[in-house]
Design a protein. Structure first.
Length: 150
């Protein structure tokens, strides 16, 4: 089914615009083992599962850092400057930008022109210590604190 036909069907079902997904990002203490020795550090966790977010229509993924004193950290990777979130393979199917001036949010705009599994990485920086924390949202990254609505 072509992109145009799919969009027509979504609109006929009541879809009125860009889909928006809100994703919480948190940083928790983490113990790393480096050269056989424990090193206290931090790790980034997102969402409530594996971090696999799928969409079949134009979607804005809004990542918000919910941890005090942490912001998305701009970094260079493979010749590109990323605003705290890198995504591959690059193919023009998406844009990534800061969501606000204090760098506590990032917006990933996916045009859904290509249905492809992208890999991404998130990097956050502590505004007090300068420590960096990362995650590859593929595994063991849940921020779920067991809180349920009600």
């Amino acid at each position: 089914m072509s992109e145009h036909r799919a969009m027509q069907l979504f609109k006929s079902a009541g879809f009125t615009g860009i889909d928006k997904r809100h994703i919480s990002v948190r940083v928790y203490p983490y113990l790393e083992i480096v050269d056989g020795k424990p090193i206290a550090s931090h790790r980034v966790y997102i969402g409530a599962g594996k971090g696999d977010y799928r969409a079949s229509t134009i979607t804005d993924y809004i990542y918000v850092c919910a941890s005090k004193d942490w912001v998305f950290h701009e970094f260079e990777l493979a010749g590109t400057t990323w605003p705290g979130l890198a995504i591959y393979p690059e193919g023009g199917d998406f844009k990534v930008k800061y969501g606000n001036s204090d760098k506590t949010s990032v917006i990933l705009h996916d045009t859904c022109k290509t249905f492809y599994t992208y890999r991404y990485q998130i990097v956050l920086r502590n505004t007090i210590t300068g420590e960096l924390a990362t995650c590859d949202p593929d595994s063991d990254n849940s921020d779920d604190q067991g809180i349920t609505g009600g």
